[in-house]
Design a protein around this ligand. Structure first.
Ligand SMILES: [Zn+2]
Length: 300
């Protein structure tokens, strides 16, 4: 159940979230409330937005901060709704993308980055440089246009879908090449960035990168659709089977349901299981795929 209460602030509550029964001590006390996400705007003093939840307290800046901290600690939230109000303090950032270097290959045999300059350097000291690359270079996002000529492009992804999306990390046994439904069961992925961490990124830009990279089974992709995932990221060349790429059923399934795909990620093993937030913002290009600076934020 998700309950939306709006007055001078907008607050989302979700029963069944991970932090059932915890209490917050601020200027007041909130009990029996499970916080999924909250956006607090300034000036919310005229009305108690929580009266429907049978709790009474006055929201001061300190209380708002307590709620936001609990929400971040619990690792639950709704995509994009974490940033307003008193900003939470950042503990650290975790880099999740490959640096794009000259001559580097991402998709084996296909995407090679080519840097150039218009001149060695102008007389005034300025260097003007460029790069020739495919959209599927480095760590990049796929848009629905990748699988459907009428689908939206990278430029049309709204920032709400790309900034501060709560992360869930998925692991699998090394003995298996695919991520399966059994790796996902019990996880709350609704509105979240689901990161499939295999460790295969260690082989990036080597011939070994194309050798049996892990991917998602169609059943696990369907499970993500059914459970409302917002993003899917993986540290391999493809969410689909690279050795059977005459069809890409996982791409189609995810993109048709507007689940954002991020491929060729790295450093996913450095993520905490929950409690980190993903940001991946590419330039506004009318393309099927394009690289972004992709990173996680861990808040105090
Ligand atoms: Zn792709």
């Amino acid at each position: 159940m998700t309950k939306l209460i709006a007055c001078t602030a907008i607050v989302h509550f979700e029963a069944g979230a991970a932090d059932a029964g915890r209490e917050i001590q601020g200027d007041g006390q909130i009990s029996r409330v499970q916080l999924a996400a909250a956006t607090y705007l300034d000036g919310m003093k005229s009305r108690n937005p929580l009266e429907d939840m049978d709790v009474t307290f006055t929201l001061s800046a300190a209380a708002r901060r307590s709620i936001q901290t609990l929400m971040l600690t619990a690792g639950v939230g709704v995509a994009g709704s974490v940033s307003a109000g008193a900003p939470a303090e950042v503990e650290r950032y975790i880099e999740l993308n490959h640096k794009i270097t000259n001559g580097m290959q991402t998709y084996p045999g296909l995407s090679e980055a080519d840097y150039y300059t218009v001149a060695p350097r102008f007389g005034n000291g300025a260097l003007v440089d460029g790069i020739k690359l495919l959209g599927i270079t480095g760590t990049y996002l796929d848009a629905p246009y990748h699988g459907d000529e009428h689908g939206m492009t990278i430029a049309e992804y709204p920032l709400e879908r790309l900034v501060n999306v709560p992360i869930v990390v998925v692991n699998k046994p090394d003995s298996r090449q695919t991520f399966e439904v059994e790796d996902l069961k019990g996880l709350d992925v609704k509105g979240k960035a689901v990161m499939f961490a295999s460790g295969h990124s260690d082989k990036f830009d080597t011939p070994e990168y194309a050798n049996k990279p892990p991917y998602l089974s169609v059943e696990s992709a369907q499970w993500l659709v059914d459970h409302g995932a917002s993003m899917v990221g993986i540290d391999t060349p493809l969410v689909d089977n690279i050795d059977k790429n005459e069809t890409i059923p996982v791409h189609h399934l995810l993109l048709e349901h507007k689940i954002i795909i991020i491929e060729d990620m790295t450093n996913l093993k450095a993520l905490p299981k929950t409690g980190a937030y993903l940001t991946a913002v590419p330039p506004r290009l009318e393309m099927a795929s394009f690289p972004a600076r992709v990173f996680a934020t861990v808040y105090k």
